[in-house]
Design a protein around this ligand. Sequence first.
Ligand SMILES: [Zn+2]
Length: 126
Amino acid sequence: MKLSEHFQLDEFRCPCGCKLEQKPEIVAALKDLVVVLEDIRAEIGVPLVVHSGVRCPSWNRKCKGVPRSQHLLGKAADLVPKDKPVSELADLLRAKGVDLGVRGLGLYSRFVHTDIRSGRRATWRG
Ligand SMILES: [Zn+2]
């Protein structure tokens, strides 16, 4: 299933195979998320690989996510830019993330966490 021009539902699936990503409320959240991801993709100029998308509670525990992770809601994606250093995506989002609609920004060495949480914005280093 296509969520937007460049993103498929499959790219966000929970790795445990539970199919949580197919629930209507999760698909709806992902559709909002990919609006932001499309704008990030356009800015950076290369495809974005979804390193982690939707997580069910048990998978989230397994990969040591925080208990109230936005990944549980379909509102988060950990991203790696194709053929560019992760640091370039990190720099771009530190500068323009707010304007692009990113509300949670986590900077890690191997990926960049982005989310569209409601409530207060947050930025952190992993
Ligand atoms: Zn799962």
